[in-house]
Design a protein around this ligand. Structure first.
Ligand code: NAD
Length: 277
């Protein structure tokens, strides 16, 4: 069974399942992404912050797969929120990837406490979008109140909001807000970097269905309609995480997983995180 696509609010199609490269060391990234492409992934999530865009670009180039067949996302690093810096950073990301265009470019963090307003940053992304070298633009780690300011003060509606979501942080309120505004939610750290995999309720569902805990959790995301891109460095786990489209969770299983919510973040809180590398 193949990976479904989701249509973004500007008509662009994104594969619902991708491969994330956060914490993949730069020198290992080309090999990891090559393996992911062999396994069948056609969507890669990277960021300038991860320092491994070159490896992503190298793997896509050497794969022989047409550029148009692979969806690649990158993100604006926190130090580049001023307009001119953002424009330059986008050019640098493209150069490092070796691409003519990006599929999706995101503001990585809203950084509400720094001396640059993320509304200025979003307007820079609008300029980049108008220039035609990115198919869609979006945000990451935006809360509803950050998004409301973009709706009030800018033109282009973000195509996605990439936020931390997993069974211990179900995020139903923000996901509903995104959906109400035609913004697709992308769930980062979908298995909470492994922390949800020992949960007995998840294990029990997996045993009944003959699936691993990771597959159960990733399938829960898929059935909720979110985009996911689990990270792994082994081919076996890449294959395991890719095999999500030949089974289903029933309503009870879905509710069990959602009921594990305990508002527990593995990453920073977007309302207080103001880190600039
Ligand atoms: P994840 O939830 O994907 O977990 C990855 C870890 O879980 C791996 O290091 C591996 O050790 C383990 N794992 C993977 N598959 C497994 C399996 N089948 N069985 C057992 N263990 C397994 O965490 P992540 O890497 O933080 O998130 C995924 C992607 O989300 C990142 O690579 C990145 O692209 C994106 N992300 C974005 C932000 C953001 O601020 N926008 C933040 C974090 C991550």
């Amino acid at each position: 069974a193949s990976v479904p696509t989701i249509t973004l609010n500007n008509g662009v199609e994104i594969p619902q399942l991708g491969f994330g490269v956060y914490q993949v060391p730069p020198q290992d990234t080309a090999d990891a992404v090559s393996t992911a492409l062999e396994v069948g992934y056609r969507h890669i999530d990277t960021a300038e912050m991860y320092g491994n865009e070159k490896g992503v670009g190298e793997a896509v180039a050497r794969s022989g797969i047409d550029r148009s067949e692979v969806f690649v996302t990158s993100k604006l690093n926190n130090g580049f929120h001023r307009r001119d810096d953002a424009l330059r950073a986008f050019d640098q990301s493209l150069a490092d990837l070796g691409f003519e265009y990006l599929d999706l470019f995101l503001i990585h963090w809203p950084l509400p406490g720094i001396d640059v307003d993320y509304v200025e940053t979003w307007k820079a992304l609008e300029e980049i979008y108008a220039g035609g070298r990115v198919k869609a633009i979006g945000v990451s780690n935006f809360q509803a109140h950050h998004l409301r300011r973009l709706f009030a003060e800018t033109e282009v509606r973000p195509a996605v909001n990439q936020i931390e979501v997993h069974p211990y942080l179900a995020q139903d309120e923000l996901r509903a807000f995104d959906a109400d505004h035609e913004i697709v939610t992308e769930a980062w750290s979908p298995i909470a970097q492994g922390k949800v995999l020992d949960d007995p309720a998840i294990a029990a569902i997996g045993e009944r269905l003959g699936r691993t805990p990771a597959q159960v959790v990733l399938r829960w995301h898929v059935q909720r309609g979110d985009v996911v891109f689990p990270k792994s460095s082994s081919r076996e786990r890449m294959q395991e995480n890719f095999a999500l489209f030949d089974f289903e969770l029933d309503t009870g299983d879905m509710a069990t997983l959602t009921g594990l919510d305990r508002a527990q973040r593995t990453g920073p809180d977007p309302d207080t995180f103001n880190y600039i590398p």
